[in-house]
Design a protein around this ligand. Structure first.
Ligand code: BG6
Length: 616
């Protein structure tokens, strides 16, 4: 998830673009770049590693100020090619007559790059994006019609992309293309803006055009045209009523709420470069014969992590053990780091970390590597320490997670574990074709399922005032949803400072049931699955002790007879049990969010916590 910007008008483009990029830095901040069209019609490009201030100082301190009224800019969240100056955007063609910034993932870039190199193109970076200017370069040799050349170019691209493109030449022009990644247009008095998100240009105009998939916009100095393929279309201009602070969070009150709502897109981006839905195949970049044979032959796997990532690890254990005959242990990194443990050479450690910088997890990796174990990490930050230390890494593409309490990183980590479990099962022939293809089909609709779940539970704020009165909670789930109960309890603890415990439903009568009375509410996950009856029994055990119940269920019957079973009840879309954790955690995230918000807590920066604990 990167941030892209385009500007054409009467103001100094470098200042406008740098300022706009700063407003999008929450989308990625490992490198940044800018391309400007000079008065002579040439393209001048600067890029720098790290935050936008680095690029800014490069341009201003080195007096590299260029007078220009047209340009594009990018702030990067690396997905392909580590954070570096070379991999920073914009990317140009061989003759530097075309410059492109991109947000999204071009799935078939390796094939396209191979074909272009065979045709004599030379590449500078490891990115997927760089194929775009080279393909366009070829088409612009065949026609002067920019729209035709751009249409032919995007015809070749598979995946998701929002693009902003400038061309050298006397008449300034910016081309914007949207497919699968967000792109909005700002209509100013004498200028036009393109951006991944509205905050980029809100201080200049609040007249916004929302571009839809497969739309192309061509901006000129004093005019613009929007096309769907070759057909010119008109689009409504919307007036946005946000203040600057609100804008940073795209209108959401907190980053946490924004990141909860971003989960459908984050999960979609995480699946995109791993599943070929046409061929019904799962593949992980950089997996070689060595890891594939280890996954085929290993008899046990150790998963290690901290915090929310550890809960994702518990679900990973459930998925791998349900779909294969591999035994999986899950260990807190802070414990495993110091444990006397015989580690067999060639055993497999899976380390899970959003930030890629958590000290305990990193130390476990070093410990295992010293004993020649293989390390596979699941991480959200390209180029961070944990992927660097690991033999293999599978990246979640949740984009930057700003709020300390993890939400979208968790659902994307569980999505990766589901893909990995299916992949191992496929390699070990422990899943039949029909089931495998059925899971791939469900995976395809997962983003929509999450969208529906968010919409179905968005009114959680209504019950927050009542529920914020209690000082203890019990979260209950069974089977694959036990770790989800743990995660729900952790979310409430992290941001509302209310004590909560997650427990397997069947364990309740071995202790926690003693806590239950009308002042100790329980949050219960009751999907309509093979454990339904058992969980329903636990629900009644609590009701018969007058315990308050907040119930999340996919069972419409119960839903219709509300008062008999729970004090608050939310209907959750039904889904296959392996997908339930990704669905059921969302209402628990929203519940903790609205209770904390009602209490006026500092939700994005809770007391005593940090986004990544890099020290012991
Ligand atoms: C904590 C964060 O510091 O670290 C949690 O507040 C997170 O949200 C935990 O789950 C582990 O972090 P990571 O980056 O290794 O997943």
């Amino acid at each position: 998830m990167c941030g892209i910007v385009g500007y054409i008008g009467v103001k100094p483009a470098d200042y406008i673009i740098l300022n706009a990029l700063k407003k999008l830095e929450y989308r990625g901040y490992d490198s940044a770049g800018i391309s400007l069209l000079t008065a002579q019609g040439n393209i001048y490009t600067e890029k720098e590693k790290g935050k936008i201030v680095n690029l800014e100082s490069l341009i201003f301190e080195k007096n590299k100020k260029i007078s220009s009224y047209c340009g594009i800019g990018h702030t990067r969240w690396a997905t392909h090619g580590e954070p570096s100056m070379i991999n920073a955007h914009p990317h140009t063609d061989c003759a530097e007559n075309i410059s492109v910034v991109h947000n999204g993932i071009i799935e078939n870039y390796t094939q396209l790059k191979k074909e272009l190199i065979e045709k004599g193109h030379s590449f500078k970076s490891e990115t997927d994006t760089e194929v775009v200017p080279h393909i366009l370069e070829d088409y612009l040799k065949e026609t002067d019609d920019i729209l035709e050349a751009v249409n032919n170019t995007i015809e070749k691209l598979e995946g998701a992309y929002a693009l902003a493109i400038i061309l050298s030449g006397q008449e300034p022009v910016i081309i914007g293309v949207r497919k699968g990644s967000p792109l909005v247009m700002g209509v100013g008095d004498k200028d036009y803006f393109l951006a991944s998100d509205i905050p980029a240009f809100l201080e200049y105009t609040n007249n916004v055009i929302f571009l839809d998939d497969n739309e192309i916009v061509i901006l000129k100095k004093f005019s613009y045209d929007i096309y769907r393929k070759n057909e010119k279309i008109t689009k409504q201009i919307n007036k946005i009523k946000w203040d600057a602070a609100q804008a940073q969070k795209s209108g959401y009150k907190h980053y946490m709420l924004k990141e909860i709502y971003e989960q459908p897109e984050a999960v979609k981006n995480t699946i995109l470069d791993k599943v070929n839905f046409t061929k019904k195949e799962i593949n992980f970049e950089n997996f070689d014969e060595s890891i594939i044979s280890l996954l085929k032959e290993c008899s046990n796997i150790t998963i290690t992590a901290c915090g929310t990532s550890w809960h994702a690890g518990l679900i990973g254990k459930f998925l791998i053990e349900s779909l294969t005959d591999v035994t999986v242990e899950v260990d807190y990194a802070s414990e495993l780091r110091y444990r006397e443990k015989f580690i067999k050479p060639n055993s497999l450690l899976i380390a899970v970390s959003q930030s890629g910088e958590t000290a305990d997890t990193l130390e476990v990796i070093k410990k295992y590597k010293k004993l020649n174990a293989k390390v596979l990490s699941i991480c959200n930050v390209l180029g961070s320490s944990i992927p660097r230390e690991s033999n293999y890494t599978i990246y979640t593409h949740a984009g930057p997670e700003i709020s300390v309490a993890s939400t979208k990183a968790f659902t994307t980590q569980v999505t990766v574990f589901l893909l990995l479990a299916l992949y191992i099962a496929r390699k070990r022939n422990s899943v039949n074709n029909e089931d495998f293809e059925n899971y791939i089909e469900i995976m395809k609709n997962l983003p929509a399922l999450l969208e529906n779940t968010i919409n179905a539970t968005a009114n959680m704020d209504k019950i927050a005032p009542e529920l914020s009165k209690y000082s203890n909670y019990l979260y209950l789930g069974r089977g694959i949803n036990y770790p989800v109960a743990l995660e729900g309890a952790l979310k409430l603890k992290e941001i509302s400072y209310i004590h909560a415990e997650g427990y397997p439903g069947g364990e309740m009568k071995h202790g926690p049931l003693a806590l239950i009375d009308e002042n100790f509410p329980s949050v219960i996950l009751l999907p309509k699955d093979s454990l339904y009856e058992k969980m329903f029994g636990n629900l009644n055990e609590i009701k018969s002790r007058r315990g308050k119940v907040v119930l999340f269920t996919s069972d419409s019957n119960i839903y219709d007879n509300l008062n008999d079973y729970a004090d608050y009840i939310f209907k959750i879309p039904d889904c296959d049990k392996f997908f339930q954790p990704i669905v059921y955690v969302i209402p628990l995230q929203l519940l903790s969010y609205y209770i904390a918000d009602f209490k006026g807590c500092d939700i994005d920066q809770p007391r005593n916590l940090a986004k990544s604990v890099t020290v012991e």
